[in-house]
Design a binder for this molecule. Structure first.
Ligand code: ZN
Length: 466
């Protein structure tokens, strides 16, 4: 049995139902679980002892929406100032160049970046399967994630509506319903684990109303219901999408989901920005989840999601950094801070607090992904923790409330310790990955993809439009 004892923490946010916080005391980890936790000191020997006296300790954060491959296409000049549909159409041309190596390297870069900001569980939404890459790209991601040791809940993403059928993506990155279904069943048999403490769990994720067929949406919902799986897609992100749904189906996005049997407690939606009062209530009654992606919504000018009303309606609300082509960063603390600050551009009644966004990034994430083993520091839960030293320049003067300081003061240093399933993956700020090698490979692949896309299309990606 392996033990880790964290002594005398400055502040622990358990994120239990009562929202218990305490200072001093201990957290004892035995193998993969928290054995005991509380404000009373514990004087025992352990394999590793961590002095927590200058640290805020939270449950590891849970990121519920990402497109890890997009870390290869951050900040491309042509798409820097474009809204969703033109941003997508241009990015498809670069994403068509994805290779198996590109998926492996970008998965590790994106996940390591998340881990450094305190994330211990992440989902991913990979929906693009270009013909030159292996069709087994989800396998590639899972293998890359396992090397890092993070808890991973990838989705089997999909697109089936190419341009010639009225969709937005080029035909050569979409797949047929049969291929998608067969690959889904193969992946589930090989990797899916729905037990307590699972490190790999698979959900299903058709991409969006403008890139998949109605048949695929229906088929996915039915298959997930029969097999006890979670389902995920983009919804109500922009007004363009709303117009597309009204024109193509005569329905607003939420009504379309209802029609397709997608308004259910095993579904979670990225964005959910453009919702009316009735739709918010309907989503609450259906106990759906959402992944709020404030940085991406600001970057693409999509709008401000109505998070306070969604929380009041009992919708499960979590946070996602979204893909790095529309965030350009994969920092969960920054995402929490942006969620809090963005809410304050609205009427004061709708403001979010630091503790609101911390809860969204922990318990909210666990609820959305259908997990009761993470997102909370209590005896018996999985030992997934983020430890942040609060003695840096940027926290100086902000220590009257150390927990809120995590969100209010900006941080320019990574997490000090990250523990996943009882394993210390980041120790005193250092990961066990050759970071410089990873970054060099990543930059090489990113440059090659743009160059190949320019040669093929004649588009100049290096020029901004404004
Ligand atoms: Zn997305």
């Amino acid at each position: 049995m392996k033990t880790i004892l964290i002594n005398n923490p400055l502040c622990v946010a358990t994120m239990d139902d009562a929202g218990t916080e305490f200072s001093g005391g201990h957290i004892l980890i035995e193998d993969d679980k928290i054995r005991s936790i509380g404000p009373e000191p514990l004087d025992i020997l352990a394999d590793q002892i961590i002095d927590g006296s200058d640290m805020v300790i939270t449950p590891g954060f849970i990121n519920t929406h990402h497109h890890l491959y997009q870390t290869l296409t951050r900040n491309i000049p042509l798409m820097q100032n474009q809204p969703l549909f033109s941003w997508l159409t241009n990015h498809y041309e670069v994403w068509r160049e994805l290779t198996t190596e590109a998926v492996s390297v970008s998965t590790q870069t994106g996940l390591l970046e998340l881990m450094k900001s305190g994330v211990t569980t992440s989902s991913d939404h990979l929906y693009l399967f270009p013909s030159q890459a292996s069709p087994e790209l989800i396998d590639t991601e899972i293998i890359a994630a396992r090397e890092l040791g993070i808890r991973f809940q990838p989705t089997r993403g999909s697109m089936s509506l190419g341009r010639t059928k009225g969709g937005l993506p080029p035909d050569d990155v979409v797949q047929s319903e049969t291929v998608i279904q067969e690959d889904t069943e193969r992946l589930l048999a090989k990797y899916h684990d729905d037990s307590y403490g699972a490190m790999t769990r698979i959900s299903l994720a058709p991409c969006s109303p403008f890139s998949v067929t109605i048949e695929l949406m229906k088929q996915t919902a039915e298959f997930a219901r029969t097999n006890g799986l979670h389902i995920h897609t983009h919804l109500a992100e922009t007004l363009d999408e709303e117009a597309f749904c009204l024109e193509s189906f005569g329905l607003r996005p939420v009504a379309l989901m209802e029609e397709l049997s997608w308004l259910s407690s095993n579904a979670w939606y990225a964005h959910a920005v453009h919702l009316n009062d009735e739709e918010i209530l309907r989503m609450g009654e259906s106990q759906v989840g959402i992944s709020h992606c404030p940085s991406s919504n600001m970057r693409l000018g999509s709008g401000i999601a109505r998070i306070r009303e969604l929380l009041d309606a009992k919708v499960k609300v979590s946070l996602g950094v979204d893909g790095s082509a529309s965030n350009d960063s994969g920092d969960m603390l920054l995402e929490m801070r942006n969620a809090m600050l963005l809410s304050r551009l609205r009427d004061e009644r709708f403001w979010l607090t630091a503790r609101d966004v911390l809860r969204m990034a922990t318990r909210g994430g666990a609820a959305v992904l259908g997990r009761n083993d993470v997102g909370e520091l209590s005896a018996g839960k999985q030992a997934d923790l983020a430890l942040f030293k609060m003695s840096g320049l940027s926290q100086a003067g902000g220590m009257s409330d150390p927990l809120a300081s995590l969100i209010f003061t900006t941080r320019n240093q990574p997490v000090d310790y990250l523990i996943v399933q009882g394993e210390v993956l980041i120790n005193q700020g250092i990961s066990n990955i050759e970071e410089q090698t990873l970054i060099s490979s990543h930059n090489r692949i990113a440059a090659e993809m743009i160059k190949h896309a320019e040669t093929r299309t004649g588009i100049n990606f290096m020029k901004t439009e404004r």
